[in-house]
Design a protein around this ligand. Structure first.
Ligand code: NAD
Ligand code: DAU
Length: 351
């Protein structure tokens, strides 16, 4: 029985991953360690609460004692590090917490894993540290080409720079101490439980509340969208079969301009709700500072080496996602109350 330490498992991708793994495998133990910041929500995990092979622990990945205590209490085989500050706009306003959690938190986890897994200079069998990273570490593309695993790292925002710092520390632990690691770098995810500060759930929420739909700059920045479950599948495959020390890019060749995404969400929502939602809600606003123009992943390595491929087309995924938000408006109410509402009002004041 393998024991997984999943950090950030109460967030968007982390909670989808917890569901994915506990549905797929009966013979694993999963410890979900999460600080429960504004982005972490135990409501995402109601379906697994009380399962004998699932444990939730609240805490900060920067807390050395607490993290080391987890390795003492449980015989952890795999660390899957999702825990992070994840929103680019927030990183532009408050970079410190990104450096703290994303870089120092990752180092705290690496150290605790090293302490538990390295005995007299040798590594215990079957252990692995998987760092969940992002395509944003590669910077921005022009109109052509894709990010491969050998594309030079060239991050621009405090968020992507902090994720790059974390990746480099993971690489340093592999190169220096021979720690067993993998890094995955995925494109933009969408799906259930995504916090509505991110483009797709923000659009859905604003459409339903007749708020304006803020489009940064000219709306022609391109993102490469992947349904979250396909990302979870990739991570599972990399943990189980990824070659030690390797980086794997994850993406499904599904590029869209932001304005295409906005118009698609409006069109599909109109098929599902009574009230008419019009494109008059669209408002072009000031561009994001340092806004990366285009992301596009070349997924050939993970396809060829591990047989991964995305199962959900964008048309199916976006309809499922919209339906999930329509069915879970109470969830939306809870996560958009309090601190988020204050943040949102400040971000969009005057826009
Ligand atoms: P999220 O913001 O929805 O969730 C982050 C989770 O981490 C939350 O549950 C939060 O409470 C927890 N957390 C934050 N700081 C913590 C700390 N100090 N200690 C413990 N827990 C902490 O993020 P997400 O979108 O689910 O992203 C998860 C990971 O995947 C991140 O590392 C992100 O960089 C990466 N990633 C995200 C995407 C995407 O499109 N969302 C794409 C590629 C990679
Ligand atoms: O590429 C992977 C990354 O995708 C992850 O590493 C990040 O954690 C995740 O947040 C996401 O980053 P982006 O900045 O691409 O996602 P976001 O949803 O914030 O924005 C998507 C695009 O939409 C981007 O070009 C900015 C634009 N945008 C966003 C918001 C919130 C708007 O035009 N209006 C908005 O209101």
């Amino acid at each position: 029985m393998k024991t997984y330490l999943v950090t950030g498992g109460a967030g968007f991708i982390g909670s989808n991953f917890v569901h994915y793994m506990l549905n797929k495998y009966e013979d694993i133990k999963l410890i979900n360690f999460d600080k429960l910041t504004y982005a972490g929500n135990l409501e995402n995990l109601k379906a697994v609460e009380g399962k004998a092979n699932y444990v939730f622990v609240q805490g900060d990945i920067c807390d050395k004692e607490l993290v080391e205590g987890l390795f003492e209490k449980y015989d952890i085989d795999y660390v899957v590090n999702f825990a992070a500050e994840s929103h680019v706009d927030r990183s532009i306003k408050m970079p410190e917490i990104f450096a703290q959690t994303n870089v120092l938190g990752t180092v705290t986890l690496l150290n605790a894993a090293k302490k538990a897994w390295e005995v007299n200079g040798s590594w215990k069998e079957g252990k692995k540290f998987l760092q969940v990273s992002t395509d944003e570490v590669y910077g921005s593309l022009g109109n052509t080409g894709y990010f491969t695993e050998t594309t030079p790292l060239d991050p621009h925002s405090p968020y992507s720079s902090s994720k790059t710092g974390a990746d480099l520390m993971v690489k340093a632990y592999a190169d220096t101490y021979k720690m067993p690691v993998n890094i995955t770098r995925c494109s933009n995810n969408y799906g259930p439980y995504q916090f509505p500060e991110k483009l797709i759930p923000l659009l859905i929420n604003n459409c339903l509340n007749k708020r304006t739909l803020p489009v940064y700059g000219d709306g022609l920045n391109v993102r490469d969208w992947l349904y979250v479950e396909d990302h979870c599948k990739a991570i599972d495959m990399v943990i189980n079969n990824g070659k030690l020390g390797e980086v794997y890019n994850v993406g499904g060749h599904n590029e869209r301009t932001n304005i295409q995404i906005v118009k698609t969400v409006i069109a599909y929502l109109n098929e599902s709700v009574d009230k008419e939602i019009t494109e008059a809600l669209i408002k072009y606003v000031e561009d994001r500072k340092g806004h990366d123009r285009r992301y596009g992943i070349d997924p050939e390595k993970i396809k060829n080496e591990l047989g991964w491929y995305p199962e959900t087309t964008f048309e199916v995924g976006i309809k499922k996602t919209i339906q999930w938000y329509l069915d879970n408006q109470e969830w939306m109410k809870h996560v958009t109350s309090g601190e988020y509402q204050n943040y949102y009002d400040k971000m969009y004041e005057g826009k």
